[in-house]
Design a protein. Structure first.
Lengths: 160, 333, 503
């Protein structure tokens, strides 16, 4: 419970900080440049602090608020849900890091292979087939056909 | 003896038919033209047009691909071509001609030096004009001086739609009211039709269709001329102070190299020669010129040495002048 | 004019034009479906091929491709939660939610049919409006555009959800979106705002990485957590056969579909509003059509109307955005900008002539959009069943591909690694927002409208001084924005809730 309240409080506090920074940054700007940022950031600061106060001292269960939006599935027990959430976040960040290290064209098949095998535990044939498909679309479509510029990847840049 | 003769003759024949050095350099390779803007824009269209016909003039007929690297008004692309692209003759870059201003006023993030690029030249020069809505009674510069609060729509400081009239207004004795914020120059044209603004400045090429349509008429131009507007007064001649004249001159000079094409610094000399010749020749190519005509793209070759001279002229301004320039000439979208 | 109307139709059905259109449709189908193949990039690549065609063929090709992209983009949004195009993000909210309940077929059918209805209404409204369209557009100056942005922002109250707390968060999200929109070089003084020294941020945050981040990433996380296929473990009666249920839904809620189509057309006609706005305003209208509080709470969780509204609007907007492009030479969206390039290439000067001398060409363009949409929808309906079955695939197999396409989709905005960082950052933000009950739609709405509001505000003020606030159209729009803002509260005052409690 407390943990949850901390998350909501944290988000609103973070928003308040963003607004505060915006106000600070606009200090030295000419009037017209600064008007809209200030007009927008000031209410954010004010409202975010209210939201923070409500999150910390008010009472609200997770899943309330009825936002016009979906809510995360609650059919899975929380402990497992947390584990899986952290796992997928790490995989996503890992993909990003992989792209930075070896460049997009290589990162895609490597990632697909790794995820299917390690996180998915999929059989070898399926894994290899899907990796091949991903490599084909990456290399064939985006690289060869569309000639998108893909930076080399730090590993190769440092090597050469 | 006979064997030796045969061997000798075959060797001679072999070397006589050997491919020329140029062809072996580019055979089977691909040249990349890096464009500092998104697909569809002016720079992109020029690059694609040139890229289509360039292989004809390079021995070995390499393939040519276009890569778009938009961002920061092509500073990102310029930085890339300067330090990251390999100088092996397989990369060419084209970006905003105003990057020379960016370098001059030391815009943050500029990590290139235009004098160090291996220049291929410029594919076009462009005049910048100030145009006036045709239903208004102003026909000459003197008429315009009499106007009070003449409204000019712009896209923001750093573009020719803004800086040209801003400098003209301040140093030419005109009463201009600049209204920045339009998302594109086309939006300014719409505002013109709505009579929300009275005039628009900018590249002659982009305004020409509207002149032909009768929406606006050109009144003042910068020093770069173009067919049809030679007789217009030049802004520098309308300047009321020497300083104003200088600022206008420095602002105008980059438009002479409106579509610059460069290769990375220290590109291999032989590759560079091939590229330079190919660039000069492709811009004379009949098919290219026909397509350019159809697409209303002016082609106007500027050799690499002249381009470098232009760059040097702008960058050679003394520091106190640069300080003044930076107040009036900006770099932006 | 009637002659031109009919002649335009015949032009479309000539062999060469028709073939070009089919080719365009085929390409557009894949472009809309696959994130990463942005409609704009591909259109630009096609430009050189246009050189060889006659004007009518060229436009049949380009428009055939272009009209189809919004329709198939909805498919990716519904099935996988990835906004394939900037214009199909709103469909994710309810469309993908339905897919997760095993109702993918129904959502797809509804999206497709409403797209068709939207395209048809858009095209016909356009054809009817051609005589008045020039005066219409000319009467909307910067002050009116500013007010239109305000009306759009007023929809935040409808997109937030029930109760004061939800409204608070909705406003926070909306304001935050507005703030994010201001990143980049300011057009008033050329000052760089919030760029932290990064060249990448000079032109501001790009829409696609933000959208893909905010929408696709949280869905991926949810999918990973559930550990099942997208359709989950629920009964599947609306999966395959549901397609026709969805198609029928379009007509059950025909009033909404039509309203959203008209709104979309109007927004498309207004130059400068951009393509991302129409879908959210349509979504807002869909939410407003809810009759009880409970119905409203169902939005974002799988209400068919949340699919119908945006589905119709993002297609009708395409027809609308043709107008500023051909009548004024001002592109209504970035893909229209490329179309404009094609105009110049073919030596045609957009302007009043298009509505006069070249009227047949104009009508042939309108008809192309109509016919292209009809063909696409008819063909798609046949294998929507199979497409819907994709939601039955194990999540673990789909996730790497969804991530792959999300990343590449974001990357092709600027071909810059910064796109990926934005993607991940906003993905994280989207995730947090859902965890904390902050609605995401207002964030996107604010983000899309921020610059439009600011720029037009300054143009109005500098040009007209304070008197712009008294222009008749402006006053009307002020009233409209007040109505839109307070609509959710007005609706339910004094009405009994289900259960008999009076509000």
């Amino acid at each position: 419970m407390k943990r949850l309240l901390n998350l909501r409080g944290a988000l609103s506090l973070a928003t308040a900080c963003v607004a505060g920074y915006a106000l600070y940054a606009s200090w030295s700007w000419p009037f017209r440049t600064a008007l809209f940022p200030r007009v927008i950031a000031l209410p954010i600061l004010f409202l975010a602090l209210i939201e923070w106060a409500l999150s910390v001292w008010g009472s609200e269960k997770e899943g309330e608020g009825h936002a016009v939006d979906f809510q995360f599935t609650d059919t899975v027990e929380p402990a497992l849900a947390r584990k899986r959430t952290i796992a997928i976040i790490i995989w996503t960040l890992g993909f990003l890091v992989l792209i930075l290290l070896v460049g997009f064209p290589l990162a895609v098949p490597i990632f697909v292979f790794a995820y299917l095998k390690i996180a998915g535990g999929e059989p070898w044939t399926l894994t290899i087939a899907l990796t091949a498909i991903s490599w084909l679309s990456m290399e064939g479509l985006f690289n060869r056909l569309l000639h998108l510029p893909f930076p080399e990847g730090l590993v190769f840049a440092l090597w050469s | 003896m006979k064997m030796l003769m045969i061997l000798f003759i075959s060797l001679v024949l072999f070397f006589a038919n050997a491919p020329s050095y140029g062809a072996s350099l580019y055979e089977g390779k691909t040249i990349t033209i890096i464009v500092g803007y998104k697909p569809g824009g002016g720079y992109d269209r020029y690059a694609r047009l040139i890229g289509k016909h360039l292989p004809k003039y390079i021995p070995g007929k390499p393939g040519v691909i276009i890569q778009n690297m938009p961002g920061a008004s092509s500073v990102i692309a310029a930085n890339h071509v300067f330090s990251i692209a390999k100088p092996d003759g397989l990369t060419i870059g084209t970006f905003n001609n105003a990057t020379v201003i960016a370098q001059l006023i030391k815009v943050e993030g500029v990590r290139f030096d235009l004098t160090k690029f291996a220049w291929l030249g410029s594919a076009a020069s462009d005049a910048v004009i100030l145009s006036v809505r045709s239903d208004l009674p102003y026909r000459t510069a003197d008429d315009l001086r009499k106007a009070k609060q003449f409204v000019i729509g712009t896209t923001g400081p750093g573009s020719s739609t803004h800086d040209f009239p801003a400098i003209l207004g301040e140093f030419g004795g005109f009463d201009f009211k600049l209204v920045p914020g339009y998302s594109s120059s086309a939006d300014v044209m719409l505002a013109l039709e709505r009579k929300e603004v009275d005039g628009r400045a900018g590249s002659y090429d982009s305004i020409k269709p509207f002149i032909d349509r009768g929406l606006v008429r050109p009144v003042i131009r910068n020093r770069t001329s173009a067919p049809g507007i030679e007789k217009l007064p030049v802004d520098e001649n309308l300047a009321t102070t020497q300083q104003g004249k200088l600022i206008m001159a420095v602002n105008a000079v980059p438009t002479q190299i409106y579509r610059p094409y460069v290769a990375p610094p220290a590109t291999a000399k032989d590759a560079l020669k091939i590229l330079r010749d190919a660039f000069a020749n492709v811009l004379k190519d009949k098919d290219l010129l026909a397509e350019a005509e159809k697409g209303k793209m002016t082609i106007d070759y500027v050799p690499p040495d002249d381009a470098l001279k232009v760059v040097a002229e702008v960058l050679g301004q003394p520091p106190d002048v640069v300080k003044v320039l930076a107040k009036h000439i900006k770099f932006g979208e | 004019m009637l002659n031109a109307f009919i002649d335009g139709l015949f032009v479309v059905f000539q062999w060469n034009t028709f073939l070009m259109m089919l080719l365009g449709i085929f390409l557009g189908f894949w472009v809309g479906l696959l994130p990463g193949l942005g409609g704009t990039t591909t259109l630009a690549l096609m430009l050189p091929f246009i050189y060889q065609m006659t004007p009518v063929e060229a436009f049949a090709f380009l428009l055939g491709m272009h009209s189809v992209v919004s329709t198939t983009g909805d498919i990716t949004s519904i099935l996988f939660g990835i906004p394939g195009e900037g214009t199909t993000a709103a469909t994710i909210l309810d469309g993908h939610a339905m897919a997760k309940k095993g109702e993918a077929g129904r959502a797809l059918g509804a999206a497709l049919m409403s797209s068709l209805v939207g395209a048809l209404i858009g095209a016909f409204a356009l054809a009817l409006a051609i005589p008045v369209v020039r005066p219409l557009v000319l009467s909307f100056g910067a002050p009116e555009l500013f007010m239109l942005a305000i009306v759009g922002i007023a929809f935040i109250s409808s997109l937030s959800g029930q109760g004061g707390r939800a409204l608070l968060r909705g406003i926070l999200a909306g304001l935050l979106g507005l703030l994010f929109a201001l990143v980049g070089q300011d057009p008033q003084a050329g000052v760089l705002r919030f760029t932290f020294g990064q060249l990448y941020l000079w032109s501001g945050l790009d829409l696609i990485p933000v959208l893909v981040g905010v929408f696709a990433i949280p869905e991926i996380i949810d999918l990973a957590v559930r550990g099942t296929s997208i359709a989950g473990e629920l009964p599947r009666e609306n999966l395959g056969r549901g397609v026709w249920v969805g198609v029928k839904d379009t007509f059950v809620h025909f009033g909404l579909t039509v309203r959203c189509s008209l709104a979309g057309t109007f927004i498309g006609i207004m130059p400068g509003l951009g393509g991302g706005v129409a879908q959210w305003i349509a979504y807002g209208q869909a939410v407003q059509s809810a009759r009880t509080n409970e119905e409203r709470a169902g939005f974002g969780k799988g209400d068919i109307r949340g699919v119908l509204g945006p589905g119709a609007a993002n297609n009708s907007k395409e027809g609308g955005s043709l107008i500023p492009t051909i009548a004024f030479g001002v592109p209504g969206s970035s893909s229209m900008a490329i179309l404009l390039g094609a105009f110049f290439l073919l030596g045609i000067m957009p302007g009043p002539d298009m509505l006069d001398k070249h009227l047949v060409l104009t009508f042939s363009m309108v008809w192309t959009m109509v016919v292209a949409n009809i063909i696409t929808v008819v063909i798609s309906l046949f294998f929507l069943n199979y497409l819907a079955k994709l939601t039955l695939i194990r999540g673990t197999v789909l996730i790497p591909f969804i991530l792959f396409f999300s990343f590449i989709g974001a990357y092709t905005s600027n071909n810059h690694l910064g796109d990926l960082l934005v993607l991940v950052a906003f993905g994280f933000l989207g995730y947090l927002m859902i965890r904390c009950g902050w609605p995401r739609a207002p964030l996107v709405l604010g983000f899309v409208l921020g610059r439009i509001a600011e720029n037009n505000f300054y143009i109005s003020t500098i040009r007209y001084g304070p008197s712009w606030t008294l222009r008749p159209l402006v006053l009307v729009l002020i009233a409209l924005s007040v109505i839109v803002l307070f609509f959710p509260f007005m609706r339910f005052k004094g009405r009994p809730l289900a259960g008999g409690n009076v509000q």
